[in-house]
Every structure is written in structure tokens, then in C-alpha cells.
Design a protein around this ligand. Structure first.
Ligand SMILES: [Zn+2]
Length: 362
């Protein structure tokens, strides 16, 4: 991928991706950085079938559709719009709300902007990414508004806020990479599962004294639990035992409130993915653009069964309708809902009135 140049300024971007053909060309170069190679016969020569937007091998006539199996599959939105969305989304560290994207690109419908951003968010997790390693801080947090009538910060029942687990690498100067995930309880099994998937074996994991973290030593990690000072003491300046995670969580909360004014609990994980994606590439925002529209999308998405299931909406159940929240009072089409409905979790009915499901009240 290194051989594909990408724009580093707005001016360059505007110049480089002014037309549909230029965007197509860029996708082709992302797919074949060393030049075209037929996936069937290995031939190095092809011509483009302009009407069908595909490449056809000169020798065996095998056709390759550049958008097939990617987030751009079957899209009617111009590629230039997609490229602008990906660029704005990855290069602005505050992210982008659908309303702002709609306004900036002059899109007729809010739903189009929302769909573009959500599809891009779904492409942000690279299945083969490297796990965190070295010294890693781990902590849990609630993402959601304060709620009256709860017994303590560990009550799960009747709580509207979502529980999120975050891990941050300790580097010499501040934070390294991070991971964040919505979890459903405080049990050892849940914590261990998260750590095994996201942290390299043998790493040192720093946590507070929560009982759920106690099993980390048994599964091959060095575990350093320390007692976290009370919140009142922290406010008075007592040092946190996991300062980097605290900072990352603070940034996340401010981003959710500041940019999106709250997000739906159902979609929280994709927003976490976006936050993690941008945070881990905060020093190379322009490279993040290339990652998003380039190799990650073109090479990996088609092969993951999750993507195929989501795209084709297999195993979709039709029992009772459930709301899929968004931050606006709008209607969204059945096909759009079908695409976005996570497998087996949401049901798609004729037309669902969107209502805001703020889980983080400003
Ligand atoms: Zn061929």
C-alpha cells in the first residue's frame, strides 16, 4: 500500500479526486499497488468496461468489480461523495456527524449521510490487527447519563447506561494504541475474553481492584492490581492507578457529547470502533483515509462472514420490531435498516420511526 500516494492537504484532495474516474483509478491502485493482475489467470493486462465499471482481463475475460464486496457495493451515491466523507471523517480528530456531512456535501437526505458514515464505521476494524503489548492499562466505565435510584456503581439491572471496557498501551511518552468494547457484566469470563482477544500473552496488565480482573494471572498475563482512590480523592488531586485509560475514557465521553450529542446504545460499539480507529491513527490522519478506503475495505471485508451476513441480511428474524436509534427524528428505508441491523439482533419492519435514544445526556 505504501506505493499508493494519498493527499495530505485539502487542496491536494480536491485536485486529486475531482471526478468519478479519478476515484475509480485510486481504488484500482489500492487493489493492485504493483499493477493489475488477473485473479483467475494471473495475466497482467486488462481494459476497463466503462459502462459496467469493471476491469476485464484481456486473456480470459474475467471481470473484476472494484466495489464488489466492499462498503461501496451497489451504492448509487457518487464515489466523489464517498471519498469526501472518508476524508473528512478520518482527518478531523473530532469526527463528523451525519448532519454536518449532509450540510457540507449538500446531500438531499439525512439518511444518505447517516448510511455513508455507518458503512465507513463498519469498515474500521481490521480483523488481523496486532494485539496490544507491553504495559497495558485496563478499566471499565459507564457510558450514559446519571440515573437516580441505583444502588451503587456496579448495579447492572435496570441501568440504561452501557458498560464499556477500555485498554490502553503505556508508552514512554503517554498512550500507545487503545481498544474499547461494550461488555455486559463484570465477570472474570468477560474480562478474560476481552484481554485474550486484545492483548498479547505475557503483557503486564494494570487494573484497579475490581474482582472481575482477578483471573488474568491464570490465563498468562502479569497482573498488577492496585486500589483506585475514591472519586472525591481523585477530584482533590490523588493520582489514578490507571491514568491513561481515564484520559482515553474522558476523551471518548467528550467526543460522544460534543460531536454526536449522544448515541444509541445499540450502535455504541461502532462509535467506539470509530473512536479507536481515529485514536490509533492520530499521528497519521492522512494514512487513515487510505486505510479506510484502501486495503482494509477492499481486501478484508468480503472475506469476513460477518460482513456477508450483514450485507445479505441472512438469519434475520421477524418477530417483534425493535427501534434502532439515531440522533434525529427521521424515517429510514427498509433496505437501509436491513443493512444496518446487526445479525439476529434487530428486526426490520415496514417503517420505523426514529426516535432519539440518548444514552449520554449532556
Ligand atoms: Zn485472466
Amino acid at each position: 500500500m505504501a506505493s499508493v500516494p494519498f493527499p495530505t492537504t485539502l487542496h491536494q484532495f480536491q485536485f486529486q479526486f475531482a471526478t468519478e474516474e479519478a476515484c475509480q483509478e485510486y481504488l484500482a491502485r489500492c487493489r493492485w499497488p504493483e499493477g493489475y493482475r488477473c485473479p483467475k489467470c494471473g495475466n497482467a493486462r486488462a481494459y476497463t468496461v466503462v459502462k459496467r465499471r469493471c476491469w476485464q482481463c484481456v486473456a480470459c475475460r474475467h471481470q473484476v468489480y472494484l466495489r464488489s464486496g466492499t462498503v461501496l457495493h451497489n451504492t448509487k451515491t457518487p464515489l466523489t461523495v464517498w471519498f469526501w466523507a472518508a476524508y473528512l471523517m478520518t482527518t478531523d480528530k473530532r469526527g463528523l456527524s451525519a448532519l454536518l456531512l449532509q450540510r457540507q456535501l449538500g446531500l438531499g437526505r439525512y439518511e444518505t449521510a447517516w448510511m455513508i458514515l455507518h458503512k465507513l464505521r463498519r469498515a474500521m476494524v481490521n480483523a488481523s490487527r496486532e494485539p496490544l503489548h507491553g504495559d497495558v492499562e485496563l478499566d471499565d466505565t459507564w457510558i450514559g447519563a446519571e440515573q437516580a435510584g441505583l444502588r451503587g456503581s456496579r448495579q447492572l439491572k435496570d441501568r440504561k447506561a452501557a458498560l464499556v471496557l477500555a485498554a490502553v498501551e503505556r508508552r514512554v511518552k503517554g498512550s500507545g494504541r487503545i481498544r474499547m468494547e461494550v461488555i455486559h457484566d463484570f465477570t472474570s469470563a468477560t474480562m478474560n475474553d476481552f484481554v485474550v482477544r486484545n492483548v498479547a500473552p505475557g503483557s503486564t496488565v494494570y487494573t484497579d481492584g475490581l474482582g472481575g480482573f482477578a483471573g488474568l494471572e491464570k490465563i498468562g498475563f502479569k497482573h498488577v492490581p492496585r486500589t483506585q482512590p475514591l472519586r472525591t480523592e481523585l477530584r482533590k488531586g490523588a493520582p489514578s492507578v490507571v491514568p491513561l485509560v481515564d484520559r482515553a475514557i474522558g476523551n471518548l465521553q467528550q467526543w460522544i457529547v460534543g460531536t454526536h450529542h449522544g448515541v444509541s446504545g445499540r450502535h455504541l460499539q461502532v462509535y467506539l470502533d470509530e473512536f479507536v480507529f481515529r485514536f490509533n491513527r492520530r499521528r497519521q490522519p492522512m494514512a487513515a483515509f487510505q486505510t479506510l478506503l484502501g486495503s482494509a475495505v477492499l481486501a478484508n471485508l468480503r472475506r469476513t462472514p460477518q460482513y456477508e451476513e450483514r450485507r445479505t441480511c441472512r438469519n434475520r428474524t421477524r418477530t417483534k420490531p425493535q427501534q434502532i436509534g439515531a440522533c434525529c427524528n427521521n424515517r429510514i428505508s427498509i433496505s437501509q435498516l436491513a443493512y444496518l441491523a446487526p445479525l439476529g439482533e434487530a428486526t426490520v419492519h415496514k417503517s420505523i420511526k426514529f426516535r432519539p435514544q440518548l444514552i449520554f445526556a449532556p
